[in-house]
Design a protein around this ligand. Structure first.
Ligand SMILES: [Zn+2]
Ligand SMILES: [Zn+2]
Length: 142
């Protein structure tokens, strides 16, 4: 493991530093993730926000997910790079899109979720634990 992690958007207006390891790293093939990824899945690490410092202007867009939860996507207000996700049912933790980290070290997805919404051409690593839909929320740390 390699914390702290640093990252930034394409234009550099938003940057982040994270001083802890993620709770999990997942790949998501849901229809909404495929929109923000503009093709394939998103790859996301869930971090506690108290270990995260974000500078710059993050814009948020929220919607009701298939799970019924309010999900919000955070992106650079200037260049539009998708950086964060938060779930109203999960206080105190945000997902960070792996691609915005300067060096993600050995962070890699351990599971693939919403595989039922993957396109026919998708190749999903058979070593990943797979869920057709949303897996249950992980146990809280507190
Ligand atoms: Zn930017
Ligand atoms: Zn998704």
């Amino acid at each position: 493991m390699t914390a702290p992690y640093q990252g930034h958007c394409s234009c550099g207006a938003v940057s982040l530093e994270i001083t802890s390891e993620p709770l999990w790293v997942r790949q998501c093939w849901c229809r909404q993730c495929r929109r923000i990824a503009a093709s394939g899945p998103t790859n996301n690490a869930l971090f506690m926000t108290d270990a995260m410092t974000v500078t710059g202007d993050v814009a948020w867009w929220d919607y009701e997910a298939a799970s019924g939860n309010r999900i919000a996507h955070g992106f650079c207000a200037t260049c539009g790079t998708q950086m964060f996700g938060r779930n109203a049912a999960r206080d105190g933790a945000w997902v960070v899109r792996l691609g915005v980290l300067d060096d993600a070290g050995d962070l890699a997805p351990k599971s693939a979720i919403w595989t039922s919404e993957a396109p026919d051409w998708a190749t999903i690593d058979p070593d990943l634990e797979q869920f057709e839909h949303q897996p249950p929320l992980p146990p809280r740390k507190d």
